[in-house]
Design a protein around this ligand. Sequence first.
Ligand code: NDP
Length: 320
Amino acid sequence: MLVERTGTPDVMQLRDVPRPAPRAGQVLLRVEAVGVNFADVLNVAGQYLTAPKLPHIPGMELAGTVEALGEGVSGVQVGQRVAALGGTGGLAEYAAVPAAGLVPVPDSFTPAQAAAFPVSYMTAYHALKTLGRGEAGEWVLVQAAAGALGTASVQLAVALGMKVIALASTEEKLQIARDLGADVTILQDDPERVQKVREAAGGQGVPLLLEAVGGARFEESLKMVAPLGRIVFIGNASREEVSLNPAALMKRNISVTGLWLTSLMTDPRISAAAAQGLTPLIASGKVVPQVGPTYALADSPRAFQDMLDRKTTGKVIIEP
Ligand code: NDP
């Protein structure tokens, strides 16, 4: 799926291109499943944190089998099943990706589960623990709780012993959050939502809030956290302007921390700590990647449009 200009998802075109050759430090993967992230959707639209290189093949998170190794690559073998993160080019039959972004996957994961894992679960881990400093027994509020990051965050928070308040736009989405163990679920357009969040968390609000929607909602988030509360700003899915009055932070001693997985991953100690935290939870079956709807490669524009239209839950998967 080639993108030659930014725009609506239908700018992606199915084209025949040469199979990529792995450069030094890369591996060639036969792609089995691609996890679609909101970042891919924003990137095609030209609205992501970094400007897209054109032309490009989208797809930063994928699972597949190692087909060939570029120069200088060690520690991985041809035929090995892996997930890969941080490159581009996933929406294709073959992709050359950086060896440094390979993530080992347990044999128990299907290709779709492997492709659903790295971005959402590592981001959720960093939001809840690395930056959010969440502790067992604490309340956490998860926005857009039925999306890819949302389902990962609810599941991981429950696995870490935290108590979860989930917000989402429909009753069906709230049911997904309840099925994953959310303690309290509230429609995000409930007129009483701020009061309900505060009451559910003991009267003053939650100590930790994961902000994924942003826009005008952010002002409400400030009212939903308790004094000394922490907000981790992960995403602005609403794509609206966010305004922040420092007085609102000062009056109640609230911290707001930004999170971008791409830049966090450049610190190997931080990534290793996340992997160490996640590994036992996967082994015990408490963390199981939430695979959402699956589309064929040629239907990628529809997959992207369905995400923009908030029709999907869990991680959207594309299979070449
Ligand atoms: P999903 O598409 O799975 O989830 C997005 C959710 O956002 C939807 O389910 C929807 O939930 C909600 N939403 C609210 N307003 C809108 C809108 N105007 N258009 C579309 N969706 C909207 O995506 P991801 O799980 O991949 O991403 C979720 C958020 O987290 C995004 O903002 C993304 O950019 C961010 N993210 C950031 C990362 C980082 O490193 N900082 C890493 C991964 C994700 P509902 O209908 O319930 O409101």
